[in-house]
Each structure stands twice: as structure tokens, then as C-alpha cells.
Design a protein around this ligand. Structure first.
Ligand SMILES: NC(=O)[C@H]1O[C@H](CO)[C@@H](O)[C@H](O)[C@H]1O
Length: 813
């Protein structure tokens, strides 16, 4: 961050001198005070939940100190600020991470153990704030951790309500076009106004005094009740207004990689975008003698997918209608400040909103979008003349229902566009926005679309999730520096065949498996063999992620086991297969797949012939804290999406950072992980992205054979092995899934095996056989596990965020 110099520490030392000391006794005093004065408990009678809340407030005090100091420092140094606009933040539990990042683990441990409480007891009292659906939301949370660490700047006891930070957000109404002072002026009037109120969540960096802010917005009715003024009718109307306002920020739309064209969803998107842009402009114009030309030098906005891309039109409205800038000047500033990250190439995920809905809800923004599009099309016509490229690149999609293409608005309104893994960025250029990429190249700006491969934060996903592994790294590397510079981990490679390290490494993994076993027992009464190979697939349930192929393989493995004699079974590699993930509420096929997993598990886990060699379970309520228990315990994890469908994936990175090996396809970040860690650390199978179209084409000519082993699995399902008469509805659902897969002439399309499960299944079996083989050689497996975990520096969000910061500096045409 510009202006970072030596006097920062000096200045902050002065400030810190006046703050809460962090010795265990002071922490205990502050805890007792909050118990009584903040939570109205007596010091002698309180629940563990009260204790967690009081401890949360003790932490919040310290977070607030550094948050305020960080803000003071940012203002003093007039730094450039980065704003990450995201509809989702899957932050996970705060407490453990905050204590670690504030480097207070020892003090808190001593303070609370002296009071008879284990920190883990407090941690487990915290609800997992599920403000996100999956990878996209969690990536945003990992980014926050890295931005704070790299010093880039409920209720929940950590949250600070900010009634002093509110903004009006208008919906519906009309636009009055008038002529004032020799200029056309558009005024958006009428409709309804909702107040956006800020809630601040301090995000502490690791091993730094820097604390950034996650500002969330709550919707409130614009006017409080004036009971006297109301007749009963008006009273009812006021209640409705309040409920309607609060609905805006009440629910998270449960869709992942698909979008719900619901009006409330667009209202939510506009609500948080308008509040955020009003907020950052207020901060900008607070600067003495501010000049609008400085805006791109002081503000960088990252749009996390298309969810916030209404920001392009809203920034224009605020600069033109509110700040009275000329259109062209406003457009130049807008384009220089905004950047867009694409997270998926699934056509059903690229948001398009009906023009009719825009007209009603955001009439002024529709005007602005039409104006942007008009100027854009003029440019295209000048360069290419009329032709299909115009329709392809227009922000407005013509047709029976005219729609606004938010992806197009984003790419036209952004300075930089990025994909989240190398293969994904290439697909964006060649398949998602090929005409736009051509335009960029024709304009000598091929680097407008860049790749910034995802990452994850090692603080939460190694240090907090796997303290035993963190200790091994710190011991062998002599310091915790690896936590802020993962390149240091490469020094572990020299020990990858060291028997001493192997011993400690195997003990670490054993400890993680024991923790997982306790957790599975306590949360779902499932008993597992801790000596078995732990095989995990945890991610949103989606057909392209192919949880179906995983469970079909489990059935195959079961049928193979059944065929064997008891003695042959004894030599079989024991395996525990865990599959977890949420499905969008309206996603019927995903729910059938979950049902199939549960039914298969019921049969296998209770079969006396097989249950000691193979266990399978669907883990319900998958969330960040569940991931923190499961990921460290894996031997292998499944990242088996059809090549070209998973933009990046980030759980793959977390598993490998914890010494797990991957069974995967050449898709998303798997490819780059394999390059960094070594081909021998990954069990690759399946077709590659460039082969997909050919395979579908040949299938449609009738060439799409079903492997006998898969046929046997289909037969077992059709014969009612996992439902049958007992569950006729489930039986027909399972059969419908199988028959659609077997509609081989429609392979690669919605009506058939869209994600080529049948094609990739044989090589999937081969890869799994290779896993069994390799796992038998424990020292080889241990060596590969150490090699992989020590080679993951590239996948720290510290690297990713540094790339984003650099990209925001460079300008494009
Ligand atoms: N919805 C998602 O999780 C998307 O964003 C994540 C973060 O970029 C990606 O890793 C994932 O592949 C993609 O589907």
C-alpha cells in the first residue's frame, strides 16, 4: 500500500500504549467485565454460550483498536483502497481465527484454562455464519484474510452495528428528464426508499497490527414508526413496509453456479452495491481538496462475479446524476475503477435480467445501460460494420423476452477481467466471451482478460484447522514465517524421505483421523475405522462436480467386494468414503443424488460381508467448520468434475496443503496443483477439455459404449438394491437418473449424460486402483504427501491478492 513507511510503527506504538493489555489476567478481567456489564450475567452463573459471547466481546475490543488504528493510518497515509464487492462471504467461525491472527493463542489459552474452560469449548459455541454458498463465497473470505495480512486495506459478538453509517437506496419510481442550466438532467423520483445500515466485522491480519473491515449492509424501512400519526390501516401498512425492507437482507439465495431470476435477488444486488458505492464515494470526497481524476488512483473495486455488476450503472448514476459530472468523464472514471472476476463458464450461471423487470425496479439504470450500450455498439459498428458480432456483444439480448446480460455489462464496464484458474481463463477467451476477446486483441489489448488463479489462506486452513501440522512446519523451518510466506515450505522437501519426519507426519495424520472419527460419532453417530484410507468429496452438490460418478464407483467397489471370498477381502484396501455438500433447494437431481448416496450407505454399512472394508456416508450440513475437521483427515479427496466445467475449485488446495492427495480430472486448478506438486502426487483420469466436444459428437453417432463394470452397477440399481419396493419413489428417481445417463445418443446434452460420467468411469476405476496400490506403500505415500503439502505456496491467497493488487494498477483501453 502506497505511503507505507517507518513512521507507521512509531505512530501506532504511541497509540497502542493506551490500549487493553493482553496478559492472561487482563483478559480474564475484561471477560468478567463483559459477562456482567455487556451480557448481564453474574460472574458466578453463566452458560458456555454466555462465556463464548463474553470472550467474543473481549476479542472485539482488541479488534476494534487495530481496526480504528488501521483506518486512521489509511487516512493519514491517504492510501489507495481496494473494495471487494461480493454478494457472499463464507467467513466461517471468527473466534479461533481472530485469536490466532492477533497472536493471542497462548494468552487466551492460559486465561481460560485457568478459569476451567478449554478454548475448543468456546469455539464450538459459535454458529457458523453461512453468508455464502460455496467456493465463491469462501474465496472472498480467504481474500479478506490475505488483504488484512498483506496490509491491503449476530448477532454475532464480533459484529459492530453502525447506526451512524446509513444510506438511502431507491427502488421503482420513474425518471424525470428535464433541461437545467443548458444541460439535460435526469431525476429518478418516487418509488420506495430503503435505508441501508452498516454492520462492521473487523478482519485481523496475521502477524501484523493491520485490521481491515468487512462491511455488511442491513435493510431497514426508511422511516421509523410514528405511532400517533397512524390509523390502524396505516399501522398495518407500516408493518408491511418494515417487513418488506427487512426481507431484502434476510435470506441468502441458495444457488451456486446457477442463478435465480427472482426480483428479490436483483433488489438485494442493487441494495448492497448502491450502499457500498455511496459509502466509498463518501470516503473519497472526505479527502481534503479531492479531485475526481484521483478517483482511480485512490479506489479499486473488484466485482465478485456478475452478482454486483449493476455497479457499472450505479457508479455512473452517482457520478452523473448526484455528483453532476459529464457523461464521458464519469464513464472514464468508472471504467478505471471497476474490475470483474468471472467464476464460472456454465451458461446457466451467467445472469440475465428481463428488461421489463429493470424498467420497473431500476428505470434510471436501464436508461444508463441503454446509453452505455448505444455508445458501445457505435464503436463496434465503426470497427466491424454491421453483423452477428453486434448482437453477440450487445449488453441487451434481443428475443421474445429482452434481457440485460450482466456479464456483458461487467466486461464493457471493467478495467480488468480475470478468470480464476489458467484453463478457466482460456475458456473465457475462447468460449464464454470470444467476440469480446477478439475486440480486445483487435484493439491491441489482449491483456484485458488475465488469469489470477485462486488460493486459500494458510492461516485458517493449516494453522487453525491442523495445529499439529502447523507445529511440524514451524519446528522443521525454525519459525512461523511460512504462514506469511509459504515459499518457505519448499525447504521441507529436503526431509520428504526422512524417517523421523515420516513418523511425525503419520502421527499428525492419525491425530486428524481420530478427531474426525470423534466428530462423525458425535454429529451423525457414524463409526469409522481410523486405519482405513479416508476418501472425501466435499463441495456443493452439482451434476458437473459428479458426486454421482463417485457413488457409482462406491457401488462398483461394493459389488467387487461381494464377489470376493473372505480371505480375498482381507487384502482389500479398507476405505471410508465421505461425501458432503449442500444442494440448492430447487435442484431436484442434486437431491436425488444425495438420496442415492444415503441409500447406498445404508446397504453397504450394514452388510456383514463388506462393512469392515468399505464404509460410505453423506455428511449433512456441510459448512466451513465441518470442512476444518474433515480436510486435515483425508488421504485422498475427489475433484472429479468434467474437464472444462469447474472454474478452479479451492477445496482441492486445502486438502493438498494438509497432505491429502487428489483423484482428479484435468480441470480447474487441479492442473496447476499437479504442476507445482509433481505428477506423481495426483491420480489423474478422464477426458481433457479439448476432447469433450468430440466425445459428445461421436456419442450422437451412436458410439458411446457403457463399460461392463458400470453396467453391473446400473443393473444393481435397477434391481432395487438401494431402494426397491420399500421405496418405490426413490427407485423410480434412481432409475430416471440412470436412464437419462444411458440415453447415449444425447451424451453431452441436457437430455443425456451431459457430464460424460459413462465415458470417464473406466479410467476413474483405474485411477482408484492406482490409489489402492500406492497407498499400500506407506513410506511412498508419506513421501508424496509431504512433497505435495510442501509445494503449495502458489495457492496461498497472499499470492493471489498480490496479483489482484498489481492488476488494479495497470490500465487497459
Ligand atoms: N461458485 C463457485 O464456487 C465458483 O467460484 C469458485 C471461486 O472462484 C471456484 O473455485 C469454483 O470453481 C466456481 O464454481
Amino acid at each position: 500500500v502506497e505511503g507505507q513507511d517507518g513512521n507507521r510503527m512509531e505512530r501506532l506504538q504511541q497509540l497502542m500504549a493506551t490500549y487493553e493489555p493482553n496478559d492472561p489476567e487482563s483478559i480474564q478481567k475484561s471477560f468478567a467485565r463483559h459477562l456482567e456489564y455487556s451480557l448481564a450475567c453474574t460472574r458466578f452463573k453463566f452458560t458456555m454460550q454466555d462465556a463464548y459471547r463474553a470472550a467474543g466481546l473481549v476479542l472485539r475490543d482488541r479488534l476494534l483498536e487495530s481496526l480504528n488504528d488501521t483506518n486512521t493510518y489509511y487516512r493519514e497515509q491517504d492510501v489507495k483502497r481496494g473494495y471487494y464487492l461480493s454478494a457472499e462471504y463464507l467467513i466461517g467461525r471468527h473466534m479461533q481465527n481472530a485469536i490466532a491472527n492477533l497472536d493471542l493463542e497462548q494468552q487466551f489459552k492460559e486465561a481460560f484454562e485457568d478459569l476451567g474452560m478449554k478454548l475448543e469449548e468456546l469455539f464450538s459455541e459459535e454458529a457458523d455464519p453461512a453468508l455464502g454458498n460455496g467456493g465463491l463465497g469462501r474465496l472472498a473470505a480467504c481474500f479478506l484474510d490475505s488483504m488484512a495480512t498483506l496490509q491491503l486495506g449476530d448477532g454475532c459478538p464480533f459484529e459492530i452495528p453502525r447506526p451512524d453509517v446509513t444510506y438511502p437506496v431507491r427502488f421503482y419510481g420513474t425518471v424525470q428528464d428535464t433541461y437545467e442550466n443548458g444541460k439535460n438532467v435526469s431525476r429518478w423520483v418516487g418509488g420506495e426508499i430503503v435505508q441501508a445500515m452498516a454492520y462492521d466485522n473487523p478482519i485481523p491480519g496475521f502477524d501484523t497490527y493491520n485490521t481491515n473491515n468487512l462491511r455488511l449492509w442491513r435493510a431497514l424501512p426508511s422511516k421509523e414508526f410514528d405511532l400517533d400519526a397512524f390509523s390502524s390501516a396505516q399501522f398495518q401498512d407500516a408493518i408491511t413496509q418494515r417487513r418488506k425492507a427487512e426481507d431484502l437482507s434476510a435470506v441468502l439465495y441458495p444457488n451456486d453456479a446457477t442463478y435465480a431470476g427472482k426480483e428479490l435477488r436483483l433488489r438485494q444486488q442493487y441494495f448492497f452495491v448502491s450502499a457500498s458505492l455511496q459509502d466509498l464515494l463518501r470516503e473519497f470526497i472526505k479527502r481534503p481538496n479531492y479531485k475526481w481524476e484521483d478517483l482511480p488512483e485512490k479506489v479499486a473495486v473488484q466485482m465478485n462475479d456478475t452478482h454486483p455488476t449493476i455497479a457499472v450503472a450505479e457508479m455512473m448514476r452517482l457520478l452523473v446524476d448526484v455528483q453532476k459530472l459529464e457523461w464521458d468523464r464519469a464513464w472514464e472514471l468508472t471504467r478505471k475503477c471497476l474490475n470483474y472476476t468471472n467464476h464460472t463458464v456454465m451458461p446457466e450461471a451467467l445472469e440475465k435480467w428481463p428488461v421489463e423487470m429493470f424498467e420497473r425496479m431500476l428505470p434510471r439504470h436501464l436508461q444508463i445501460i441503454y446509453q452505455i450500450n448505444g455508445i458501445w455498439i457505435q464503436k463496434l459498428l465503426q470497427r466491424y460494420g454491421d453483423g452477428p458480432i453486434i448482437a453477440a456483444l450487445s449488453i441487451v439480448e434481443e428475443g421474445d423476452v429482452k434481457k440485460i446480460r450482466m456479464g456483458h455489462l461487467a466486461i464493457i464496464g471493467a478495467n480488468k477481467i480475470n478468470g480464476v484458474a489458467a484453463i478457466h481463463t482460456e475458456i473465457i477467451k475462447k468460449e464464454t466471451f470470444p467476440e469480446y476477446y477478439k475486440w480486445c486483441c483487435d484493439n491491441g489489448d489482449p491483456n484485458k482478460i488475465v488469469n489470477m488463479t485462486n488460493g486459500v489462506t494458510p492461516r485458517r486452513w493449516i494453522h487453525c484447522a491442523n495445529p499439529a501440522l502447523s507445529e511440524i512446519f514451524t519446528k522443521y523451518l525454525g519459525s512461523q514465517e511460512w504462514l506469511t510466506d509459504m515459499n518457505k515450505l519448499k525447504e521441507m522437501l529436503q526431509y520428504k524421505e526422512d524417517p523421523k519426519l515420516h513418523e511425525e507426519w503419520i502421527a499428525m495424520k492419525k491425530g486428524c483421523k481420530a478427531k474426525l472419527a470423534d466428530w462423525l460419532k458425535s454429529t451423525m453417530d457414524l463409526e469409522i475405522d481410523q486405519d482405513a484410507l479416508i476418501d472425501i468429496q466435499i463441495k456443493r452438490i452439482h451434476e458437473y462436480k459428479r458426486q454421482l460418478m463417485n457413488i457409482l464407483f462406491v457401488i462398483h467397489r461394493y459389488l467387487e467386494l461381494k464377489k470376493k471370498s473372505p480371505s480375498e477381502r482381507a487384502s482389500f484396501q479398507k476405505r471410508v468414503v465421505l461425501i458432503g455438500g449442500k444442494a440448492a433447494s430447487a435442484y431436484v437431481n442434486a437431491k436425488i443424488i444425495i438420496k442415492l448416496i444415503n441409500n447406498v450407505a445404508k446397504v453397504i454399512n450394514n452388510d456383514p460381508d463388506t462393512k469392515q472394508y468399505l464404509k460410505c456416508a453423506f455428511v449433512p450440513n456441510y459448512c466451513v467448520s465441518a470442512a476444518q475437521v474433515m480436510i486435515p483427515a483425508s488421504d485422498i479427496s475427489e475433484h472429479i468434475s468434467t474437464a472444462g466445467t469447474e472454474a478452479s475449485g479451492t477445496s482441492n488446495m486445502k486438502f493438498v496443503m494438509n497432505g491429502g492427495l487428489i483423484v482428479g480430472t484435468m480441470d480447474g486448478a487441479n492442473i496447476e496443483i499437479r504442476e507445482e506438486c509433481g505428477h506423481d502426487t495426483m491420480f489423474i483420469f478422464g477426458c481433457e477439455e479439448h476432447q469433450v466436444a468430440g466425445i459428445s459428437a461421436r456419442a450422437q453417432e451412436g458410439h458411446y459404449p457403457i463399460d461392463n463394470r458400470l453396467q453391473a452397477v446400473f443393473d444393481a440399481i435397477r434391481n432395487g438394491k438401494f431402494a426397491g419396493q420399500a421405496e418405490p419413489e426413490a427407485q423410480s428417481e434412481f432409475e430416471s437418473i440412470i436412464s437419462r445417463l444411458c440415453n447415449t445418443r444425447a451424451a453431452g446434452t441436457w437430455d443425456g449424460d451431459r457430464y460424460l460420467v459413462i465415458h470417464d468411469f473406466p479410467s476413474f476405476i483405474d485411477a482408484q486402483a492406482k490409489v489402492d496400490e500406492t497407498y499400500k506403500n506407506r513410506s511412498l505415500w508419506c513421501k508424496l504427501s509431504i512433497q505435495a503439502a510442501s509445494s503449495m505456496a502458489q495457492f496461498s491467497t497472499d499470492r493471489t491478492i498480490s496479483e489482484y493488487a498489481k492488476a488494479c494498477e495497470s490500465r487497459t483501453t
